[in-house]
Design a binder for this molecule. Structure first.
Ligand SMILES: [Zn+2]
Ligand SMILES: [Zn+2]
Length: 158
């Protein structure tokens, strides 16, 4: 991530914390920095492990609370994926792609389509001020649609 962009996110987080009367602790900013370096989907466990690897010791509860504050201030997206652990993503990354979700196995793939993203951002919505978006397209992944096609032809033969 560009330093300029990172500083912008940091400032946004900082002003949100003071507005809400929350403490601007070193830990909270270290967590944001780690999220900026992750470039992808993550859950609390992955993020906590990354912090440990970087020799930054914070409790998992602190990691979780900080993510939730980042979601509230709109810097992090809380995803709606049908997987066991709650997935998050930095909003700045989430807005660069759509998410293809398999309804059968729950696999999530990213689809980059610049024209689509641009048209969402430039869309004028009456009586609504959009802030950010996350896009999900549900269907079947290649593996599952092959499996299903196989099952169908087996049923026909029976
Ligand atoms: Zn994503
Ligand atoms: Zn699938």
């Amino acid at each position: 991530m560009e330093t300029k962009k990172y500083i912008e996110l940091q400032e946004c987080f900082s002003s949100y914390l003071s507005k809400k009367g929350l403490r601007r602790t070193e830990e909270r900013f270290a967590i944001l920095e780690c999220i900026c370096d992750l470039k992808g989907h993550f859950d609390v466990y992955v993020l906590h492990r990354k912090m440990e690897e970087a020799n930054y010791h914070v409790s998992r509860a602190t990691v979780y609370n900080t993510i939730e504050v980042l979601v509230e201030c709109g810097l992090v997206v809380r995803h709606q994926f049908p997987v066991s652990s709650q997935q998050y993503e930095l909003r700045a990354y989430a807005e660069t792609h759509s998410h293809l979700i398999c309804m059968q196995c729950g696999a999530v793939r990213e689809l980059k389509n610049e024209a689509l993203q641009k048209s969402i951002v430039s869309m004028q919505i009456p009586r609504f001020t959009s802030v950010y978006h996350a896009l999900y397209i549900y269907g079947l992944c290649q593996k599952c649609s092959r499996l299903q096609a196989g099952k169908k032809s087996k049923n026909i033969n029976e």
